[in-house]
Design a binder for this molecule. Sequence first.
Ligand SMILES: [Zn+2]
Ligand SMILES: [Zn+2]
Ligand SMILES: [Zn+2]
Length: 151
Amino acid sequence: MKARQHPHPHKRQKLSVLTGRLRQQARKITGPRQAILKILRAHPHPLTSREIFAALPRGLCDLATIYRAMHLLEEMDMVRRFDFGDGAARFELVGEGDDGHHHHLVCTKCSEIVEIDECFPAEIEQRIAVKNKFKAVSHKLEFFGICPECQ
Ligand SMILES: [Zn+2]
Ligand SMILES: [Zn+2]
Ligand SMILES: [Zn+2]
């Protein structure tokens, strides 16, 4: 997946802060987990487990270890999972004090990803909740289109 650099200031965290958060949660900081966080920190867009695997030093761990680590990091709210409808879960680092909620605009031709800060007005969610007698309504949403370079 091609990833053009986009500024994402809240993602720039010190690795020591991240591993500190791991430690706080009383989990063992394995070499692979620390290496995964380092890779996610260096990438402004969501990565698949396979992309993370490809970016890790050879022989550090196998793909199954990465799948397990991503599941654990997601449970710890350190990464957020995104689904672009192609069957591959993608992960992004969640900043401290940030719920990680945002959306992406994905080019259907070259897979370029743009980070989108805009979101639905809260009234829409409230209206949907009230209308259907639901509580704690949230949403997941990604946008697709054709980027300027592919037009
Ligand atoms: Zn494109
Ligand atoms: Zn993102
Ligand atoms: Zn949203």
